[in-house]
Ligand binder design. Structure first.
Ligand code: HEM
Length: 418
């Protein structure tokens, strides 16, 4: 078959939509060198509003930080309330989309500030640090289960299970119920990642919502030592989370904290296997692991892009005229390879004296769970390398497959022996 030349814009669209199965970095480099703010054609996009990709660090930061010019909820811009729907490239509408509407990540000021302040009272760095022993135990238990086999799938046996267990402990999901949370969230993320809401996804969304409604009721009646009970108890100047806010928050924590962290662990492991000299540095000096986690987040972080932003007014960015209501995607993975910010940006260097990367976003929506993700990354890699120092890939490198869920690029499988 004749191979058709595709443009960088189409390639980025393919990467974002999960239709192109390769590393996007060559395309990102081209974007940075040849016009960092570019329009991309959205096949089922809103004809009245252009979609843009933003690939340089400075401009991506500007979009994330300048709230007077860019927002996350298009409904707050007059006459553009339909913009958001058109972004989801789907034949069926995501009517029961629980976590893109009215949850923290989808709110602008002042609603965002109010909700984030309330939630931050429970979700403190000190609280997250207190989860360290539980994270360590989960990592050890997972590796105990495969230790005698001499081989494992990093994605299935370790990276995917560690974060969902951590979040479950955090929000108080009993161990016996975690398997179903795991399956629902997998079905939802798989479907929505490519904009598909089939029967399976719709059923999972409903079951997922119903389960957490019941869990919240249960915690109201019998509070215990977990985040849901803490969130229920929070009251600030007479303000507290409504039932819906609580439900959205719990669901957001699962989606925001699961896929991302598991991609950090699995993609990070692959990157270290690809760079044995870097892997050896960590084996020789495990004290370097926290720095390596930052570098792995920069080098091949979980989120290709931040959530869409919408221009509140006509503005100029990177020499382009952006119109009110236009949609912008700050490409985090590209910004993190920006050669103006990071020297030898295409090299993985776990000893790098790292300036601030963009893997957790920036501005008011910057990742709430970043301290926890860092603890999970630190313990996941430290424990893996301590217990399985001879780890190696079990399949030819070219057979490693990428998959896409919720704008995140991760691996579907990573078989290793040790
Ligand atoms: C927001 C990345 C882990 C909870 C974000 C954003 C990014 C991000 C880029 C901002 C998106 C935007 O501005 O559009 C990551 C990465 C993680 C990770 C790379 C792991 C390596 C977690 C964990 C949790 C979490 C473990 C919680 C358990 C959240 C929440 C938000 C958020 C609640 C929304 C914050 C807001 O809108 O105010 N994350 N995240 N994340 N993340 Fe994370």
């Amino acid at each position: 078959m004749e191979s058709k030349q595709i443009t960088p814009e189409q390639e980025v669209l393919g990467v974002l939509g999960g239709k192109i199965n390769r590393d996007p970095f060559a395309v990102f480099e081209d974007l940075r060198n040849n016009g960092s703010v570019r329009p991309i054609p959205m096949p089922m996009g809103d004809p009245d509003h252009q979609t843009w990709i933003v690939s340089h660090m400075e401009q991506a930061k500007q979009v994330l930080k300048d709230q007077a010019t860019f927002c996350v909820d298009p409904a707050t811009i007059e006459k553009s309330s339909d913009t958001k729907k058109s972004l989801i490239n789907s034949s069926e509408e995501v009517s029961s989309n629980l976590f893109l509407s009215n949850s923290l990540n989808a709110l602008d000021e002042p609603d965002h500030r109010r909700l984030r302040q309330l939630v931050s009272r429970a979700f403190t760095p000190k609280y997250m640090e207190s989860l360290r022993p539980s994270v360590q135990k989960i990592a050890d238990d997972l590796l105990d289960q495969v230790q005698d086999k001499g081989e494992m799938d990093i994605v299935v046996d370790y990276a995917y299970k560690l974060p969902i267990n951590v979040i479950s402990i955090m929000i108080g999901v009993p161990e016996s119920q975690r398997e179903k949370i795991y399956h629902w969230s997998e079905a939802i993320a798989n479907g929505l990642g490519v904009g598909r809401v089939d029967e399976d996804v719709a059923k999972s969304l409903e079951a997922f919502g119903e389960y957490f409604k019941q869990l919240i009721d249960e915690k109201r009646r019998h509070p215990s030592d977990d985040l849901i009970s803490e969130l229920i108890a929070i009251e600030e100047e007479g303000d507290k989370l409504t039932e819906n806010e609580l439900l959205s928050m719990v669901q957001l924590l699962i989606f925001a904290g699961h896929e991302t962290t598991s991609n950090l662990i699995s993609t990070g492991t692959l990157m270290l296997l690809d760079h044995p000299e870097q892997l050896n540095l960590l084996k020789d000096d495990p004290g370097l692991v926290p720095n390596a986690v930052e570098e792995l987040l920069r080098y091949h972080g979980p989120s290709t892009t931040a959530g869409p932003r919408y221009a509140r007014k006509d503005t100029e960015l990177g020499g382009q005229q952006i119109k009110k209501g236009d949609i912008l995607f700050p490409l985090l993975k590209s910004a993190n390879r920006d050669e103006n910010v990071f020297s030898d940006s295409e090299d993985l260097d776990v000893t790098r004296d790292l300036k601030r990367h963009l893997a957790f976003g920036q501005g008011v929506h910057m990742c709430l769970g970043a301290p926890l993700a860092r603890i999970e990354g630190d313990l996941a890699f430290t424990t893996l390398l301590r217990r399985m120092p001879h780890i190696k890939l079990n399949i030819p490198r070219e057979e490693v497959q990428w998959q896409f869920k919720l704008a995140a690029q991760g691996l579907s499988s990573l078989p290793v022996s040790f």
